[in-house]
Every structure is written in C-alpha cells, then in structure tokens.
Write a protein that binds this ligand. Structure first.
Ligand code: GDP
Ligand code: MG
Length: 137
C-alpha cells in the first residue's frame, strides 16, 4: 500500500466540485486516510511550491494557491502515487485525456483543480507538510 497527497485547489473548492472529485477518487479504489480544509498564505504556498521558485509562473501560482480555501487529502492504495497522477491528467486541461479529473474540472493550466504528489519522496514530504507527526490508520 502506498500513500499520496491530493489537494483540491481554490478554483475547484470555489466551484463546489470537491464532492465530485472525492467521489471520483474513492470510486477508483483509493482509501481516504485524512482530509482537512486549509487556507494557505502566500508564505505557506511558497514553501509548498519551493521546487518552482525559479519558474516564471511561481508568483502567479502562489497567489492562486493562497486565493481561497483548499481541501487536502491523504489517499491510499497500491501504486497510489503513479495512479493518481494518471487519474488527474496533464497539467493543462487542453492536454489532459478524456476521463481525467483535470479534463473534467480544470479551467486552464494554472487553475487546474487539483494537485497530486509526483514521486515517493514528494509524497512523503507533502504529507508531512500538511499532516506533521500524524499516524495514519
Ligand atoms: P503538476 O505537477 O501537474 O501540478 O504541474 P507542475 O508541477 O509543473 O506545476 C505546478 C502547478 O503550477 C500546476 O499545477 C499549475 O497550477 C501551475 N503551473 C504549471 N505550469 C504553469 C504555467 O505554464 N503557467 C501558469 N500560470 N501556471 C502553471
Ligand atoms: Mg508538480
């Protein structure tokens, strides 16, 4: 079993699609280990997305991520990390395949509804970022 982090981003929370997105992932066999609403500040959003600090879209990204409430979930199943990346689809919904979460719910390549961890290391770090010292059962 493997765990990964899913964030339902401010655009999707504002459009009230959180229920549909959570239904989608649980229907695909993920177990919901943890779930909490959060509100990032530009500082905490900047910390979370440190890896992108040199990118031209960084400022826009942290402003967006701090623009409203988000919903953070820890999801568990076999191959959760790889499979959730496939389920969310490409960063830009124009490139996302039919049936993916971003194809259905993303507005554009910035306001793209969800985040999912992209490797075992980032999954560990991102889960610890939002759920420090939490024992999941
Ligand atoms: P992800 O792993 O598929 O979420 O994509 P990345 O790690 O490359 O980028 C992180 C997030 O930054 C994306 O999910 C988007 O919200 C945003 N982003 C990525 N590329 C762009 C871009 O070219 N322009 C803008 N405005 N935002 C972007
Ligand atoms: Mg990424």
């Amino acid at each position: 079993m493997e765990r990964t982090l899913l964030i339902i981003k401010p655009d999707a929370v504002a459009k009230r699609t959180t229920g549909k997105i959570l239904h989608r992932v649980t229907r695909e066999g993920y177990r919901l280990c943890a779930l909490k609403p959060e509100r990032l500040t530009p500082e905490t959003a900047g910390q979370f997305y440190q890896v992108h600090r040199e990118k031209p879209f960084y400022k826009n990204l942290i402003e967006f991520m701090a623009s409203g409430p988000i919903l953070v979930a820890v999801l568990e199943k076999d191959n959760a990390i790889r499979d959730l990346r496939r389920l969310i689809g490409a960063t830009n919904p124009k490139d996302a395949h039919e049936g993916t979460i971003r194809k259905e719910f993303a507005e554009d390549g910035s306001k793209n509804a969800v985040h999912a961890s992209d490797s075992p290391q980032t999954a560990r770090e991102e889960i610890a970022f939002f759920f420090p010292a939490t024992h999941f059962s």
